[in-house]
Design a protein around this ligand. Structure first.
Ligand SMILES: *Cc1c(COP(=O)(O)O)cnc(C)c1O
Length: 355
C-alpha cells in the first residue's frame, strides 16, 4: 500500500476472481463461463461496429434496451444495462442500502456482496444457510433490511421456488429486495413475472453465463421505473458510457439469436445431469444444481487436494478456502467431452474404477 492510499479503503479486502491462466491450456471449469462460442451474428456485428469506435457509445442503449424489452416482456424504462451484472449490483447497493437499510445476504453466496458492502461502507449481516446449504425463507420474512439473494445460488447451485421469493419481497415492503439471477437460464424460476406487482423488487442478470459473453461484460437490472431511474442517477454520476459500442452491438446480435443460447442451456442441463450421476457413482455428494456448475465433495479426498491434482492434470475447477466449503469444489459444466475427461481424471485420482 502506498502512503497515498486513502484511509477509507485501507482495510478493504478485494474480491478474488477465479484464475484466468495465460500460460497453459486448461480444460477451464473454474469460472462458470460457457463452453460454446457466441452466436455467428455476434462476430459480424462487432466487426461492423468496430468501424464506428471513434464515436462515443449510446449512454441510453436505446436499441439494446428495446430488444431486451421484447425478449423479457418489459418496458424499456424498466431496464438498465451495465458493465457486467457486477456493476448493477454495485449501483444497487449504493442506491438502496445504507445505515438505515443495512444489507442481509447468505453466509454462503456470491463473494462480491461483502466487497460491495465494504467499499460502500454499508453494514451487512450474513445469514447462515441451513446445514444442507438450503436457504430458509423464514430468515428473510419481515427482516426489514435490504435483502440480496442469488437465485439460483452460487456456489451451491441450489434454487428457491418463486413462491418463497415472492413472500420475501412482499414481507419487506420498505426495503429493496435484490434477486441476482445470473444463473436463472439453467433451470431456475425467474422473478421477472413479479415485477409489475412489487415496486421494491430488483432483478439482475448477465450475458456472462448463459449467453457466452463473459469477456464482453454485459449485465442488466430490471425493476420499477423509479428504481431504474435511481440506478441511472448513479450510472450517470460514475460512467454514462458504461456499455461500449462493441458490447452494445454484441448484445443486440445475441438477442436476435436468442434461440441458439437457450438451446445451449438445454445442452448444459443434460451434461449437468450426466456429470452429477457420474460423480455420485464415484461416491461424491453433489448438491442438486439448477445452474451451469455443480458443487461436490468426495468422502475420499479433501477438496483442496482434488483441486490441485486436477490442476496438475490440466483441469481447472474452483476451490473456496472458506470454512464451510473446504471439502467442496465448484465445477463448471462444459461440453460432454470435457465432462468425460473430468470424470476419467477424477476416477484415476481417487483410484476408483471408471463408472
Ligand atoms: C457471475 C456472477 C455474477 C456477475 O457476473 P458478471 O460477469 O459481472 O455479469 C453475478 N452474480 C453471480 C451470483 C454470479 O455468479
Amino acid at each position: 500500500m502506498s502512503r497515498f492510499f486513502s484511509a477509507r479503503y485501507a482495510d478493504l479486502t478485494p474480491y478474488t476472481p477465479g484464475e484466468q491462466p495465460q500460460n497453459r491450456r486448461y480444460i477451464k471449469l473454474n469460472t462458470n463461463e460457457s463452453p460454446f462460442p457466441p452466436s455467428p451474428g455476434v462476430a459480424a456485428a462487432v466487426e461492423a461496429e468496430s468501424r464506428r469506435l471513434a464515436l462515443y457509445s449510446d449512454p441510453e442503449c436505446v436499441k439494446l434496451r428495446k430488444k431486451m424489452a421484447d425478449v423479457y416482456g418489459l418496458g424499456p424504462d424498466q431496464i438498465v444495462m451495465t458493465n457486467g451484472s457486477d456493476e448493477v449490483l454495485n449501483f444497487a447497493f449504493m442506491a438502496f442500502a445504507d445505515e438505515e437499510h443495512p444489507l442481509a445476504f447468505a453466509d454462503v453466496t456470491y463473494g462480491f456482496y461483502p466487497v460491495f458492502a465494504q467499499i460502500n461502507r454499508i453494514p451487512y449481516t450474513e445469514i447462515p444457510l441451513k446445514s444442507d446449504f438450503c436457504l430458509d425463507p423464514a430468515d428473510y420474512i419481515g427482516l426489514n433490511k435490504t435483502v440480496v439473494i442469488a437465485n439460483p445460488n452460487a456456489p451451491t447451485g441450489l434454487a428457491l421456488p418463486l413462491g418463497d421469493i415472492e413472500r420475501i419481497v412482499k414481507s419487506n415492503p420498505d426495503n429493496v429486495v435484490i434477486v441476482d439471477e445470473a444463473y436463472v437460464d439453467f433451470g431456475g424460476e425467474s422473478a421477472v413475472t413479479l415485477l409489475n406487482r412489487y415496486e421494491n423488487l430488483l432483478v439482475t442478470g448477465t450475458f456472462s453465463k448463459s449467453r457466452s459473453m463473459a469477456g464482453a461484460r454485459l449485465g442488466f437490472g430490471f425493476g420499477s421505473k423509479k428504481l431504474i431511474a435511481d440506478l441511472n442517477t448513479l450510472r450517470y454520476s460514475t460512467n454514462p458510457y458504461n456499455i461500449n459500442r462493441l458490447t452494445d452491438a454484441a448484445g443486440q446480435a445475441a438477442l436476435a439469436e436468442n434461440d441458439y443460447y437457450m438451446a445451449n442451456c438445454r445442452t448444459i442441463i443434460e451434461n449437468r445431469a450426466w456429470t452429477t450421476e457420474q460423480l455420485r457413482s464415484l461416491g461424491f455428494r453433489v448438491l442438486d444444481s439448477q445452474t451451469n456448475f455443480v458443487f461436490a465433495e468426495s468422502p475420499d479426498i479433501a477438496g483442496r487436494e482434488l483441486y490441485s491434482k486436477l490442476k496438475d492434470a490440466g483441469i481447472l475447477v474452483r476451490h473456496f478456502d472458506k470454512e464451510r466449503l473446504q471439502n467442496f469444489n465448484r465445477i463448471t459444466i462444459g461440453t460432454k467431452e470435457q465432462m468425460q475427461t473430468l470424470i476419467d481424471t477424477i476416477a484415476s485420482i481417487t483410484g476408483g474404477d471408471k463408472p
